[in-house]
Ligand binder design. Structure first.
Ligand code: FAD
Length: 500
């Protein structure tokens, strides 16, 4: 019996996957994308595709019976809710001391993220990627990625007067009081539309607490950019609710994927095999690394590098909240899409890039919240556990200490300059710095180590990694622009050399 076959298969539909599929499609190469999540285009009973953060329902979380808000409490009250188990859009993958948030669905992380499109500092990029020509990246691929993703900039005049960023203006004033530098953050959320949301001219999305469970309007997620273009080539198709379980190889070199097909409740309804000549892994840091480790350690692809699973990191993520004085109102309407960051990355002892995060509760909270990226040299390790057929992430809470130290230095300074204090009621206990979660899983199949300088997996031919797995654990800013730009660079070379 002949199994299904496609010349090229791309696993996942996040940033790396979407770039790769578009460029394959434009080159006329028939390409199938396999995505474990669903396509988010169908309104529910309430007429909306996604639910918001204040009224979560089954659309919120991937196969969970409870929401898992990154801020799990307020005044120590649990703010998570029971929900029906469903193939929702946000997954929280627990691994011992750390929980990793990822998007599920056509568009991957682009469906749930904060839309911040930040170019890393050149020195940090060069240090992370010694094998990559930085000139070419900053001249060609970062601009290409930004243009393709629809990156836009906030109108500074509107920022000064709008209600939606009152919270960011308060944080900016406090940062400046402490002698710190702030910077606007480019976004893939349409700022012109956001402005019309505030003016009451269009339905609210960024201004209606739509962030981590998806946006119904305004965000240029990948399904509206790269993936729409990829489908438009006529050479690319996307199979949703298709979960790739394993990869092996036929004697003639064809890759054979074992794929579970799911229904909307997450129940497996079929398992089929799909053959591919060229296989691109874009399942994200955890997803792609898991597939490679399983293939290596079960002997399906025995030649894979021992470096697979190494150099994993949470991008130094730290969350922290500050309690403001009564006169510093942060506002009852807060844009869910951050637009401002405190840039202390070049501080030699305490490098921090802290985005000013919203707390869209609909009432005044007097809280300033931050998601900080710090420079943490600690790395985690992913291993394959044969007994459970699962991947384990080894990352211990103590490994986050350098991140806490860096964040503490910056926010102590902010508090001292402004007579403010930390909030200790936001993370389920009395801790002030939350490092038990990350939005930015990076590494596991690092460029120039587990792969060559273009993402070709060492020890195999026609097998590629295209996503955040390539980034060694810490890139100094929110990572999707870097992942997109690297994918653009790599697929250009692979198309020219491997797929002529
Ligand atoms: P992903 O985008 O993670 O895509 C991987 C895809 O593969 C997913 O759709 C997944 O369902 C699918 N998949 C995984 N395994 C399998 C399998 N076995 N079979 C089939 N499909 C599979 N970054 C920024 O730069 N700016 C931000 O503002 C920002 N905010 C964030 C906010 C949140 C809440 C989160 C969770 C992340 C945020 N990020 C942000 C991070 C950013 O979204 C990720 O870095 C980015 O999405 C990673 O891209 P990727 O290509 O590596 O994979």
């Amino acid at each position: 019996s002949r199994r299904d076959f496609s010349p090229a298969v791309v696993v996942g539909t996040g940033y790396g996957a979407a770039v790769t599929a578009l460029r394959l499609g434009q080159a006329g190469i028939p390409t199938v994308m396999l995505e474990m999540g669903r396509l988010w285009d169908t309104p529910g009973d309430d007429g909306r595709v996604f639910c918001d953060m204040l009224n979560p329902d089954r659309r919120a979380m991937w196969l969970a019976t409870r929401t898992q808000m990154p801020l799990s409490s307020f005044l120590w009250l649990d703010i998570d809710r029971r929900i029906e188990r469903f193939t929702g859009v946000l997954d929280c993958v627990h691994h011992g001391d750390i929980s990793v948030y990822v998007g599920r669905g056509v568009g991957g992380g682009s469906l749930v993220n904060g839309a911040m499109a930040v170019t890393p500092k050149r020195a940090t990029f060069a240090e992370a990627f010694p094998d990559v020509d930085s000139d070419g990246m900053y001249r060609t691929y970062f601009p290409r990625a930004a243009a393709m993703l629809g990156v836009n900039h906030i109108d500074p005049a509107w920022f000064e007067t709008c209600e939606s960023y009152r919270y960011a203006r308060v944080s900016r004033a406090h940062a400046h009081n402490a002698g710190l530098t702030t910077t606007f953050v480019p976004s893939v959320y349409d700022f012109a539309r956001m402005r019309r949301e505030e003016a009451g001219e269009v339905p609210r999305s960024a201004l209606a607490a739509e962030v981590i469970y998806g946006n119904n309007h305004g965000k240029r997620s990948l399904d509206k950019t790269y993936l729409a273009d990829a489908l438009g080539t006529g050479c690319v198709s996307i199979r949703t609710l298709h979960h790739v379980r394993a990869i092996e190889q036929d004697a003639d070199g064809t890759y054979v994927l074992t794929v579970d097909e799911l229904d909307l409740d997450g129940t497996r309804v079929a398992t089929r095999q799909l053959g591919a000549r060229y296989l691109f892994l874009g399942a994200g840091s955890l997803g792609s690394t898991e597939l490679l480790l399983r293939a290596r350690d079960t002997g399906a692809l025995p030649g894979l590098s021992p470096l697979i699973g190494r150099d994993w990191g949470p991008n130094g993520n730290v969350m922290v909240g500050r309690a403001n004085r009564p006169r510093d109102r942060t506002g009852t309407v807060q844009s869910g899409m951050p637009a401002l960051g405190i840039d202390a990355w070049d501080d030699p002892r305490h490098p921090v890039f802290a985005e000013v995060a919203p707390m869209p509760a609909g009432v005044e909270l007097w809280v300033s919240l931050y998601l900080a990226v710090t420079r943490n040299p600690e790395r985690g390790l992913l291993t394959y556990d044969a007994g459970s057929d699962r991947v384990r992430l080894h990352w211990l809470s103590g490994q986050a200490q350098p991140s806490v130290d860096q964040a503490k230095a910056l926010f102590d300074r902010l508090n001292a300059a402004n007579g403010t204090e930390y909030r200790s009621d936001l993370f389920g206990d009395t801790r002030v710095f939350e490092t038990r979660l990350t939005y930015h899983p990076l590494g596991g199949a690092v460029l120039g180590k587990a792969t060559d300088a273009y993402g070709r997996v060492r020890g195999q031919r026609r097998l590629y990694v295209t996503d955040g797995s390539l980034v060694p654990g810490n890139i100094g800013v929110n990572p999707f622009l870097t992942i997109t730009a690297l994918a653009e660079r790599n697929i250009e070379r692979i198309l020219a050399e491997d797929l002529r």
